[in-house]
Design a protein around this ligand. Sequence first.
Ligand SMILES: Cc1cc2nc3c(=O)[nH]c(=O)nc-3n(C[C@H](O)[C@H](O)[C@H](O)COP(=O)(O)OP(=O)(O)OC[C@H]3O[C@@H](n4cnc5c(N)ncnc54)[C@H](O)[C@@H]3O)c2cc1C
Ligand SMILES: Cc1cc2nc3c(=O)[nH]c(=O)nc-3n(C[C@H](O)[C@H](O)[C@H](O)COP(=O)(O)O)c2cc1C
Ligand code: SF4
Length: 651
Amino acid sequence: MPDFKKLFTPSRIGDLTIKNRVVMSPMQTFSYENDGTPNQKTIDYFVARARGGAGLIICPGAKPSPESHAPKTPALYNDKVIPLFLELTEAVHNQGTKIAQQINHTGKALTYNQALAQGTGLAESIGPSPLRYVKTGVVLRKASLEDIQRITEQISEAARRARDAGFDMIELHAAHGYLLSSFLSSFSNRRDDQYGGTPEKRARLLCEIIMRTREKVGPHFPIGVRISGSDFLVGGTTIEDTLIQAPLFVKAGADALHISAGAHENTEVQFLSYLWPDGFITNLAAAVKKVVDVPVITVGKLGNPEVAEEVIKQGFADFVALGRQLLADPEWPNKVRDNKLDRINYCICCNNCWKRVFSKSREVGRLYCTVNPAVHRETLFDLKQALSAKKISVIGGGLAGMEVARVAAERGHQVTLFEKSSELGGQFLIACQQPDKSKYLSLLKRQVQGIREAGVNVITNISVTPGILLESRPDIVVLATGASPKKLPVPGIDRPTVVQGIDVIQGKAQVGEKVAVIGGRLIGMEVALDLARQGKKVSLITDKRLGENGEPLEENIYRTLRNRLIENGVQFFTGCPLLEVNEGGVFLDDNGNLLSIQADTVVLAVGFSPVIDLFAELKLIAPEIHVIGDCKTPRDALEAMHEGAELGRIL
Ligand SMILES: Cc1cc2nc3c(=O)[nH]c(=O)nc-3n(C[C@H](O)[C@H](O)[C@H](O)COP(=O)(O)OP(=O)(O)OC[C@H]3O[C@@H](n4cnc5c(N)ncnc54)[C@H](O)[C@@H]3O)c2cc1C
Ligand SMILES: Cc1cc2nc3c(=O)[nH]c(=O)nc-3n(C[C@H](O)[C@H](O)[C@H](O)COP(=O)(O)O)c2cc1C
Ligand code: SF4
């Protein structure tokens, strides 16, 4: 049995003793009030993570000034907010966990807010140099020396307020391309005054802010600094730059360094998806640790307990920060400490949480997680026994069907789950067979284990018909029959050379040496990459932009796949509808010009259609019927899980 002794050895940051080496990484929650104060929902969320055993929680970036404030995020530019933050720090302290506040001037990220970008006075986004920010197209205003002085005061005052609000530590956010980090990096800092040029000059602003903060918070209050060990960008900060800058921050007064990676333009090395190895950026922390004498925190896909323990054991870092893993399972630390690894809800690095950050999370004011639908509704989501036990038939054993079946059965209902194929899992079972998605298996295993433990009666190898349900007479029917891959209505589509992407993944289809993949979204890009890696000549064809199908793909997964497709020599044909499949390959419409692409296999990955044909008949015979998951509208694993979890609680 593995032991995790090192992870659970207490340690210190400055004068602060922390009970273990597990730090909750700062993650914006979008759940704060509009004046930037924490409400009960936010407090409950952090208390759940404290109760789960994290040693130190770092709260997400608080804004030091009105001009840098974004809605629903913490703000510390006014003394009036201090009592409300005190409620949060007290609640977390009551669980024996220490709590830090990150402070972040978001710089160019402010240009997301249209009103700000249009220059309303409060509004202008500043940066070290007047460069165009690729994500919004806005050209930043070059920070003047007065701006620099004002921001130094604002950030250090915010730190003082955090101390007064009962936080045990502050962390200055100087990673990921936000304002302070953009001064550190030669990608964004092209100044030739005392704040630009050499790595030392680029470090000057952050050093000045650390020193001013020290004056405000006193000699014993810990100041942490978060930096990107490398930008992984041409012309940006390299680990060599960081090894020059890191000791300067310590000399200026930093008590801990938290080493992340990436800039705003390439967050894929920050939010490491399933396409990257565990602990991909820990080598950066390990390098920094060799040149400083303060504790170093590492981060980045460290939810595998064995990997996390090894990081501490090998001395690569003093603390392991977990972000998404603590969304997926707030109890990770306690479960690891107690060696209950099979009870952990592992983060599968699907990045569906991040996909919702710019849409649903901001609108609704909370985070979302595929494997943990309870995020930000921890107390509401406790299971309550059903008032009367009902007979429920769930049709379809994909994620949605399994989740609703488990939750309903745990509440005391008598549940039968019917699945057409011999194995449970539906589309997700196919996803698990993709080369990079081995982490997805943990969710599938947990779902199967969950329905077994809840006492769901599972019947596989049965395609449900109205007749079968008439015999079993359920009180409630849940249709979770999912979706099946589409075809395109073009000549030649029934040729034997045309195969479905999901059949390629499952090894059910023969694929030649020259391949035309039709469909440029997730499955199309992933299948094209796998085939190219096998040495095949692959053309990737889409009638839209790459990575789009009405809605764009999650940005980090998109950029990673796009870059790897380019590296592997895949040719893109975007905005080119398929006209015909023929003997030699395919005809495309290239903006009014006929384009012929050679291919001996044509792989379709053009989306899914709901499998909903049973609904009309079942509606006539079932006393109550519900439709969830992809059979409602094909979407993703998060929606399937959420709809199952939510319906199961109200049946
Ligand atoms: C290759 C692939 C990769 C993917 N990758 C991702 C990803 O990275 N991230 C992500 O979020 N999503 C991904 N998805 C999408 C995600 O897997 C689905 O959105 C989600 O699993 C849908 O779950 P569901 O339960 O609604 O439907 P399904 O998974 O389609 O399940 C429906 C089930 O119903 C059964 N069924 C149908 N009719 C009957 C009947 N009459 N009687 C009995 N049983 C029946 C089917 O056999 C099936 O098992 C991927 C999908 C595929 C195919
Ligand atoms: C929803 C979300 C919000 C985040 N907000 C912040 C933030 O406010 N400040 C910050 O430094 N990092 C932020 N991050 C990055 C995380 O702190 C962490 O570095 C990243 O998720 C990688 O760690 P992980 O692999 O353990 O998730 C955020 C991450 C997520 C998923
Ligand atoms: S949504 Fe996916 S990546 Fe995000 S925390 Fe949940 S499992 Fe992890």
